[in-house]
Design a protein around this ligand. Structure first.
Ligand SMILES: Nc1ncnc2c1ncn2[C@@H]1O[C@H](COP(=O)(O)OP(=O)(O)OP(=O)(O)O)[C@@H](O)[C@H]1O
Length: 470
């Protein structure tokens, strides 16, 4: 960054500051970097195409004024937009508009190659991996939900085929980051010092390719192709269920790769023991290495995921909105990202700032099946999650101390956050009496007074319910 450009841009900021409110100023102008000054032309770098369009749509007049005040009537402003997706070189591209001319020439985004396309069998093996370059360890947020899988993945990436994690099987529910993690391993190996042929393929494509090879009479070249791979990443292995011929072929490829110390990485939507329709000999091989699961990220990890996404989109979102989203969307990461994108798009289309109000509208109107009310069931789920027990235990007869406390806390919040009568609350906790609920509320109130760590726990949960009941 040139010091002249900085000085001019600081002058511009002083002008802009007087014409926009504080939040808009920090959202849309603080992230801008002045890049260079050539004559009376200043180039500023903005974090994304979306960011650039927003400035053009909303702040073009104030920008013109700032440029005119600092660089005179001939002053010009140029943008360098950092293209974050699909442009591995991450080269900025420049669009410019002359002063007094509103015809902005918008540059087309740089095309990226489709990341998931399967290479043809005679493709240049070392360059075609089908890996999405954005799926790296750097962009994968670590939390308790994925620690084992992530560290095993990292170990595999450091020494593919050599650790005892071969095969590495990552399993978990929909949209929890399986593909991202296994592709991060692939990218790490591919970008490492050794020339390894890493191949990512979805099981569905694998099946289709195999079928085609039978049809075309080139099964041998199909097999040879897969046997040359150094690191085979095969996604959604559950898709092989019931496809006996493909399983047989995969069995041979698996054995060949494993015997030759090649790394095999797989994902599945459930643990191997629950994979139905897969041959026993395959399942037993899946258990040779390491099986690690992914869970739904906890609140802090969800916040970190949102912040990372904000950073990559070059968007600022107020903390209270970030927290609201993280509290409310606890289904899976893909849904969380989807809602975030809807929110950004909604703000952009309606030309409004991202606020808590807007986030509530987007969540309620756009994502119909998301529960935003605090009901007894939600309280039971949240409290049992917090105490690491199963929600059914809150309704069971057990008198184990930690379960009694969790049950009392859940009853206390049901009284505070829902309209249910004491009788109804008791009913939802395994048909207990209303006097049990009164006793629970009293006990929790007493413990809040006397026990600081209990008070903190209750406050933390309360924050969650409050967020949801906004
Ligand atoms: N820990 C994480 N850090 C950052 N982003 C994440 C994380 N987990 C998931 N994501 C993001 O969530 C989205 C969904 O992840 P991904 O596609 O890997 O899920 P999946 O488990 O493979 O889903 P499916 O079951 O549908 O195959 C992706 O955009 C991914 O980048």
């Amino acid at each position: 960054m040139s010091s002249e450009a900085s000085a001019v841009w600081n002058e511009c900021l002083r002008v802009i500051e007087q014409h926009v409110n504080e939040q808009s100023f920090s959202t849309w102008f603080r992230p801008i970097n002045p890049v260079k000054l050539e004559g009376s032309s200043l180039t500023i770098q903005v974090p994304s195409q979306f960011f650039y369009e927003w400035l053009e749509d909303n702040y073009v007049q104030v920008l013109k004024l700032a440029i005119k005040n600092t660089l005179g009537a001939n002053g010009r402003l140029e943008y360098a937009v950092v293209v974050d997706k699909g442009n591995s070189s991450n080269q900025p591209y420049v669009v410019s508009y002359p002063q007094g001319n509103n015809q902005v020439k918008k540059a087309a985004p740089i095309e990226s190659k489709t990341p998931f396309e399967i290479p043809s069998l005679d493709a240049d093996l070392l360059t075609q991996s089908n890996l999405n370059p954005n799926y790296t360890f750097g962009t994968y947020i670590e939390g308790d939900c994925n620690r084992l899988a992530r560290s095993a993945g990292f170990a595999v990436a450091t020494k593919p085929g050599i650790t005892s994690f071969n095969p590495l099987m990552v399993y978990g529910g929909v949209g929890l980051g399986k593909t991202h993690l296994v592709q991060a391993i692939g990218n790490e190996i591919k970008n490492g010092p050794e020339d390894k042929f890493v191949l990512y393929v979805s099981s569905e494509k694998f099946v289709n390719q195999f079928m085609d090879s039978i049809k075309d009479g080139n099964v041998k070249s199909f097999t040879n192709f897969y046997m040359q791979v150094d690191v085979l990443i095969i996604d959604d292995i559950q898709f092989l269920a019931g496809k006996d011929r493909t399983q047989e072929m995969f069995f041979h490829i698996f054995n060949h790769l494993h015997q030759n110390k090649k790394q095999i990485i797989m994902t599945s939507d459930c643990p191997p023991k629950d994979l139905k329709g897969l041959e026993e000999r395959l399942l037993s091989r899946f258990k040779w290495g390491l099986t690690a699961d992914l869970q739904m990220p906890d609140f802090e990890t969800r916040v970190a995921i949102i912040r990372r996404k904000m950073q990559s989109e070059g968007i600022f979102i107020p903390d209270e909105v970030v927290e609201y989203l993280a509290y409310t969307v606890d289904t899976n990461v893909r849904e969380l990202e989807g809602i975030l994108i809807s929110l950004i798009a909604h703000a952009s289309l309606n030309r409004v700032e991202i606020s808590l109000e807007l986030a509530k509208t987007v969540i309620k109107n756009f994502i119909k099946d998301i529960e935003t009310e605090v009901g007894i069931e939600f309280i039971q789920k949240s409290v049992s999650e917090y105490y690491g027990i199963h929600p059914d235990e809150l309704k069971a007869k057990t008198r184990k101390k930690e379960i009694v406390i969790a049950r009392q806390v859940a009853m206390y919040f049901s009284k505070e956050f829902t309209q249910h009568s004491l009788k109804s609350i008791g009913y939802h906790f395994g048909g207990r009496d209303h006097s049990t609920v009164i006793h629970a509320v009293q006990t929790v109130n007493d413990m809040i007074e006397t026990d600081a760590s209990f008070r903190n726990a209750v406050n933390e949960l309360k924050k969650k319910f409050k967020m949801r009941s906004y």
